[in-house]
Design a protein around this ligand. Structure first.
Ligand code: CA
Length: 221
């Protein structure tokens, strides 16, 4: 649930970052096009919110660079309210959606959720795997018998990353990237959270692959 916010208006960034973190995202920020292009090429993001008017390199160039390199990360561009040409250029360059400035943070959040749903083929804000249903709006996981189990924001992000890749080994670093702020992450902390999740959903659901990472068992055990 890591999100890249590319925006050079620092007041707007402060405001948006708080709201996005409340909504459960780990937020990286770039205030120029050069850093944005680098981060978007190196890190795995669930979505990028990309302002087009940026110092260093404009957002459209950054987006074209990613797409030319085969990077399919979902991108929502921020444009001038009356900038229809910008919007057309942005969509043609590979943006998934756009929002004109100024905007309400709630609309940005709703659009982010919609883009993420479309990108992962979900009909709503839930994710199913292995008989479990992860519900983003309620921040809970429902067990096969229907019992809801509440999750903390961090537990939710870890389980979300695991359930999106059933049967695949995710390294501690990959999970840590999706679940923690950079200065909060360490492997021991992740282990603590994995133990808590196992208590909540059943130890047999998350297997340890020693030296490699963790795997979510997608088939009903
Ligand atoms: Ca700008």
């Amino acid at each position: 649930m890591r999100l890249l916010l590319v925006e050079d208006d620092i007041a707007l960034v402060g405001h948006l970052r708080r709201r996005l973190e409340q909504a459960g995202f780990v937020v990286d920020h770039a205030d120029n096009g050069v850093d944005a292009q680098f981060l978007g090429s190196e890190q795995e993001y669930r979505i990028v919110v990309l302002d087009l008017g940026l110092p260093g390199r404009n957002g459209l160039e950054v987006l074209r660079h990613w797409r030319a390199a085969g990077n399919k990360v979902p991108v929502l561009i921020l444009t001038a309210r009356d900038g229809w040409k910008e919007r057309v250029d942005g969509l043609r360059a590979g943006a998934d959606d756009y929002l004109g400035k100024p905007f309400e943070p709630e609309e940005l959040l709703a659009r982010i959720e919609a883009v993420i749903r479309r990108h992962s083929g979900q009909a709503d804000n839930t994710l199913e795997a292995g008989g479990l249903v992860l519900d983003r709006d309620r921040r809970e996981v429902r067990l096969p018998n229907g019992d809801p189990v509440p999750l903390t924001a961090t537990e939710f992000r870890i389980l979300d990353a695991l359930m999106r890749a059933p049967g695949r080994v995710l390294s501690k670093a990959q999970l840590g990237e999706q679940a923690f702020e950079d200065d909060e992450y360490d492997g021991n902390r992740l282990e603590v959270y994995i133990r808590r999740l196992r208590k909540k959903i059943g130890a047999e659901r998350i297997l340890t692959r020693r030296g490699l990472g963790y795997v979510f068992v997608g088939d009903r055990p």
